[in-house]
Write a protein that binds this ligand. Structure first.
Ligand SMILES: *Cc1c(COP(=O)(O)O)cnc(C)c1O
Length: 370
């Protein structure tokens, strides 16, 4: 009897509890057949629908899944002028058995509200966040790709909508969820530059929040590095530019002396879900893990004396992307062959196997929504 129940439990998807009254307006004509799934630039093609909700008069209302498209708004909204805008990024995968799972959504939900609090914005109730996503992904489930390394990227966003130019926290907000089918984000190992002038996050700043301004400020220094032939930057601490912090939209990991080493989370670094996932997998597989400050000197010396055997960027969009070369003050440091990186290659496989339902989800990371 117990065995039977266990089997049932394993087979049955975790139920999505629909308690919110979500209005549904479906498209007359789906764009799915016209979308070329072999050519999916990141975030360019949206699915047929989106989810929206409004915060007004002190409450959340107008929950609706409706056709994806423009939203009419005042040009005075405070998100545009003063930057009260946050977002999240997570992915839905088509599992081997055909069901659709959203990976570790509750971690993204918790971070979303941490970002909201830092930017003095309203928080989003958990049932609204989760059920809005579930309703949308369920309706557009045919858009979830099935090819290897493909998924449906989910972009929840919250922005301030008070149509007033006074500088104060908005009293109204819009919560929107967009979904976009996606393939591999980077298609080759990266050449990254250690940035020692511009700063992403300072103590007391907003580096730990997934807020729009953190991306706005990164674009000019990143473009300058790209003009020099780099793909991305490695940001360093604001005080002395002595420690590596993270990369563009991904956290950093190294293998040094056989240990998995990653900069510890501090208020200047975004607490990545992929970072946490990889650390948990590494520990479960018996790899030693160190979360601590990592100096530029340690990285560069490690490359030169052979102690640093792997370096890679980890994030939802980027997944696990190898770093091939690191530039520092005009000098280029070449790392080990990116195709011969045993730790990151095996951990990437394990992660993919869980995400696509090829092995049992022993951590309970997959949330079945369709
Ligand atoms: C989103 C993001 C990451 C990666 O976080 P994940 O939860 O793994 O996607 C890392 N750094 C920055 C700056 C980010 O915005």
């Amino acid at each position: 009897m117990v065995g039977f129940l266990l089997i049932l439990h394993e087979l049955e998807p975790k139920p999505v509890i629909d308690t919110l009254d979500i209005k549904q307006t479906q498209v007359n004509h789906s764009r799915l057949a016209e979308t070329d799934f072999t050519n999916l630039p990141f975030g360019k093609y949206f699915t047929d629908h989106m989810f929206v909700a409004d915060y007004e008069d002190g409450e959340w209302k107008n929950f609706e899944v409706l056709p994806y498209g423009p939203i009419l708004m005042s040009p005075a909204i405070s998100a545009l002028h003063y930057g009260q805008a946050i977002f999240e990024g997570m992915k839905a995968y088509r599992l081997k058995d055909g069901s659709i799972s959203v990976f570790r959504a509750e971690k993204n939900f918790a971070r979303f509200n941490r970002s909201a609090e830092r930017m003095a914005m309203v928080t989003v109730p958990e049932d609204l966040f989760m059920q809005g996503i579930a309703a949308l992904v369920n309706l557009d489930k045919d858009w979830v790709p099935s090819a290897e390394n493909y998924s449906l990227y989910i972009r929840p966003t919250l922005f301030a909508t008070d149509p007033l130019l006074g500088v104060k926290a908005s009293s109204t907000y819009k919560f929107v969820v967009l979904t976009t089918p996606t393939g591999p984000y980077f298609n080759k190992p990266l050449r990254v530059k250690i940035e020692t002038h511009y700063t992403r996050g300072a103590d007391g700043g907003v580096g730990a929040a997934k807020t729009a301004g953190n991306y706005a400020m990164s674009m000019m220094p990143t473009a300058a590095a790209q003009a020099e032939g780099y793909d991305q930057l490695i940001w360093t601490d604001a005080k002395n530019h002595e420690f590596v912090e993270e990369s563009g939209s991904a956290n950093l990991m190294f293998v040094i002396d056989g240990k998995i080493v990653t900069p510890e989370i501090r208020e200047t670094i975004l607490d990545g879900v992929t970072r946490d996932t990889i650390l948990q997998l590494a520990k479960s597989l018996g790899y030693p893990v160190e979360e601590r400050r990592v100096s530029i000197t340690e990285v560069l010396e490690g490359i030169q004396n052979g102690k640093l055997t792997e370096a890679f960027a980890v994030g939802t969009a980027a997944t696990i992307t190898q770093i091939a070369e690191i530039g520092y003050q005009g000098e280029m440091y070449t790392l080990t062959d990116p195709t011969d990186r045993p730790f990151s290659t095996s951990i990437a496989k394990k992660l993919n196997d869980i995400r696509y339902g090829l092995v049992p989800d022993e951590f309970g990371w997959n949330w079945i929504v369709a």
